[in-house]
Write a protein that binds this ligand. Structure first.
Ligand SMILES: [Zn+2]
Length: 373
């Protein structure tokens, strides 16, 4: 998992005479047909080798070879985006597999290039999971489909840990108050930890799990700023492992994503109708791409469309024209036009959101884009 802290530290690294090679690749199986990113990567690396200053090339030749063989031999572990940062002189190597595609890029410089990774951090929401009971709490971070345990809070001095029953089922009134007091202190500790975590790690959403009583009590204690981030709750045992927790929170995250997705599509359709920096329909989207205006592309998951591409300027169309209307170049038939559109959007630095079924959107063409201008 990528952490902002780690990226900041990497960004501060200086070559001190050494060079870094940073490679970003779109390895999304949806937008790259038949592993052709391997060919892309090889071409990019060859071009770099040919254009680099000879003294620099001498320093990074080992990095380039290592990167190339890594890409060829590690396809199994790829997700959608691959980032490799390498400096053999500095004995430095990092690989990041992320669930969003990158624009293909290779940068050779005296510092590692981390901006695309930072952009991912900024634009893809992270979710915190708080698992809590009367004497302990566990914090997790879920990001791009991965879960990581982040912290544990134990308040050892909470009495009555061996008593059976829930928080409020203890018989003796004064003893109950005594426990409530300690549980209250524990939950205050948890709140402090949670607040620091949410602000430090730029987490936009929170899911709370535990016993029903614990969840209710914690929810009631949340300050407004944190309460606004809660997107769901679930019941789980304190000793649940990350896999079990993931199973509980995934449906909550999916429901939330689905809701956001529907809102995005509604906004897209409304803006397109009003002509406010948005278009729908594949022809309109392709025109906007040609003009470099696409900021965010939304496309239905299984949308299929055949068409043509210009072998010279890359013009895309669903019309079967004999030659390119822009440059007169030769035309090539394309079976997977939508994939090409998505690929082109990524290359322009736009975000691509693949949406699940939506009847209204399908009627409007199943593809649309928010525009930069
Ligand atoms: Zn053309």
């Amino acid at each position: 998992m990528i952490s902002r802290e780690e990226l900041k530290n990497i960004a501060k690294m200086k070559g001190e005479g050494a060079y870094f090679v940073s490679v970003y690749l779109n390895v999304n199986p949806m937008t790259t047909v038949k592993d052709n990113y391997v060919i892309h990567a090889k071409n990019m690396l060859r071009e770099t080798t040919e254009t680099l200053d000879k003294t620099v090339l001498k320093k990074v030749k080992g990095d380039i070879d290592k990167i190339e063989s890594y890409i060829i031999t590690n396809k199994r572990v790829f997700k959608k985006g691959l980032a490799l940062l390498s400096s053999q002189e500095r004995k430095f190597w990092r690989e990041y597999h992320v669930a969003v595609p990158f624009k293909n890029e290779i940068i050779v410089d005296t510092t590692p290039y981390v901006k695309p990774l930072l952009d991912v951090l900024d634009n893809y929401q992270r979710s915190a999971i708080l698992l809590v009971d009367r004497e302990s709490a566990r914090l997790f971070l879920v990001y791009l489909g991965e879960i990581e345990e982040y912290a544990e809070v134990h308040s050892e001095d909470v009495p009555g840990r061996h008593k059976k029953g829930g928080w409020f089922s203890l018989a003796e009134k004064s003893y109950e108050r005594h426990i409530d007091y300690h549980v209250g202190l524990h939950l205050k500790d948890v709140m402090r930890e949670l607040e620091a975590f949410l602000s430090g790690e730029y987490v936009g959403r929170l899911i709370i799990g535990g016993s029903e009583e614990a969840v209710t009590k914690v929810k009631a204690m949340l300050p407004q700023g944190i309460a606004d981030k809660v997107i769901g709750t679930f019941q789980a045992e304190m000793f649940a492992n990350t896999k079990e927790i993931m199973k509980k929170v995934e449906p909550l995250l999916q429901a939330y994503e689905k809701k956001k997705e529907t809102e995005d599509i509604d906004e897209l359709l409304t803006k397109a109708m009003k002509n406010e920096n948005a278009v729908v329909g594949i022809e309109n989207v392709m025109n906007a791409l040609q003009e470099g205006r696409v900021m965010k592309l939304i496309v239905l998951k299984d949308l299929a469309q055949a068409g043509i591409s210009c072998t010279q300027c890359g013009y895309l169309s669903i019309q079967n024209v004999p030659s390119c209307p822009f440059c007169g170049g030769a035309i090539q038939r394309e079976k997977h036009l939508v994939d090409l559109v998505a690929q082109r959007a990524v290359e322009q630095g736009a975000f691509v959101e693949v949406a699940s079924e939506n009847g209204t959107f399908r009627e409007a063409g199943g593809i649309g884009a928010f525009l930069r201008f």
